[in-house]
Design a protein around this ligand. Structure first.
Ligand SMILES: Nc1ncnc2c1ncn2[C@@H]1O[C@H](COP(=O)(O)OP(=O)(O)O)[C@@H](O)[C@H]1O
Ligand SMILES: [Mg+2]
Length: 380
């Protein structure tokens, strides 16, 4: 009952290798390319066996950070350690770290088995051991019958699975993956996300996974480091980042977030009274972002998830606006509401709330779950 289809197909065979994951420590790591700062003073501790994602917009330094971990780039300053072994200036092939790139990067003139065998040959593994290890790595990604094929005879998803097998064949304690599913279509991407996650769970290898897709990071990671302009803006579990973002940047980058402008009326007794388009709404001061304080007269941004807003019949203490779109999606209805100042809000009304009339057009009053929002002070 309630079983996922093909669940067993994702599970590596019982004979699968188990890999001992290692921790990684970055201290004040920076990388400059002439005047361009690629990575800017990153401190990061990745736990042994952890699945950690580097998430950020294009150009935020994710690939540069990964290349320094792999040894293809040397930091301008700072240090990198694997367990307690310093790696900063160790060449890539001496690090024992596996890497999967966005583009399949298989050798086109070699068979699948030869591709997977390549890292073993490079490391001088005795010839007699190679076929069994290649077989084992291919069975991890369920391609044990494909050793004789050429890369061009495989689909994109299969090629990427070969790349994973090739990266794991020498049983590295750490696997680096740079947007490995970026070139695949959505359905295949979701299948491979599950497959990689299961591999991680069954092997125990440390995985550092680069993506610009926040949904992918939320689904797969133990922790996520959100990057911007070469720096880590926040490091935390998916739920921490979702519920307790430390900045508007992170709030906006993870999940769907509404931003409403307000002005602080008064602060007392653990509550901040904030005026939003003429209505005064009380918020617990615990919802003020860590490290900030608010005072009367100050402008604030209130960040609220679509599921933290609901439709109410009572105008007092509510945000009002005009319904622009109303879409029924089975489990919930999504409303797009435009406030009088032009702010557009997305609201999710659960379908179980049948007592609340299902609004489709006209004016709507929206109640905020004051205990679930985040309050960010605004400068100026
Ligand atoms: N080899 C390079 N030479 C010059 N600038 C580079 C080089 N590699 C990366 N950069 C710059 O460093 C910054 C971070 O790039 P990158 O790490 O590729 O970001 P991401 O992977 O997050 O998209 C960007 O501004 C990029 O242009
Ligand atoms: Mg990149």
């Amino acid at each position: 009952m309630n079983q996922m289809p093909n669940n067993d197909a994702f599970r590596p065979p019982a004979s699968a290798t188990s890999i001992k994951g290692e921790s990684i420590t970055l201290r004040a790591v920076s990388k400059r390319f002439g005047p361009v700062v690629g990575v800017d003073g990153v401190d990061l501790g990745v736990r042994a066996g952890e699945f950690l994602s580097l998430l950020g917009p294009s150009g935020s330094g994710k690939t540069t950070l990964l290349m320094m971990l792999a040894g293809f780039e040397t930091p301008t300053s700072g240090s990198i350690a694997l367990g307690d072994r310093d790696l900063t200036y160790v060449p890539p092939n001496k690090r024992g770290i596996g890497m999967v790139f966005q583009r399949y990067a298989l050798f086109p003139h070699m068979s699948v088995a030869q591709n997977v065998a390549f890292p073993l040959k490079m490391r001088g593994v005795p010839r007699a051991e190679i076929p069994a290890r290649v077989e084992r790595a291919l069975s991890l990604v369920r391609l044990q019958d494909y050793g004789g094929r050429m890369p061009a005879q495989l689909s994109g998803g299969q090629q990427q699975r070969v790349a994973v097998a090739r990266a794991l064949v020498f049983e590295p304690p750490v696997l680096l993956m740079d947007e490995p599913l970026g070139a695949l279509d959505k359905k295949l991407r979701e299948e491979l996300q599950i497959e990689i996650k299961k591999l991680h769970e069954s092997l125990g290898v440390t995985i550092i996974y680069v993506t610009h897709d926040q949904e992918e990071a939320l689904t797969m990671s133990d922790r996520i480091a959100v990057m911007d302009k070469g720096r880590i803006r926040q490091l935390g579990s998916p739920t921490e980042l979702y519920h307790e973002p430390n900045s508007s940047f992170v709030a906006d980058f993870i999940g769907k977030m509404n931003f409403v402008e307000g002005v602080v009326h008064s602060i007392d007794d653990g509550h901040a009274d904030i005026v939003i388009s003429g209505e005064t709404i009380a918020f617990p001061t615990s919802r003020i972002v860590a490290g900030a304080t608010l005072k009367a007269g100050q402008r604030v941004r209130i960040a609220a998830r679509p599921e933290s807003m609901g439709v109410t019949a009572i105008a007092t203490g509510a945000i009002s606006g005009q319904i622009e779109t109303s879409v029924f999606l089975g489990s919930h209805r999504t409303l797009i509401v435009r406030m009088d100042d032009g702010t557009q809000l997305q609201v999710q009304v659960p379908s179980s709330h049948r007592d609340v009339a299902e609004p489709e057009r006209g004016r709507a009053f929206l109640a905020l779950d004051a205990s679930a929002v985040c309050l960010f002070p605004r400068e100026g």
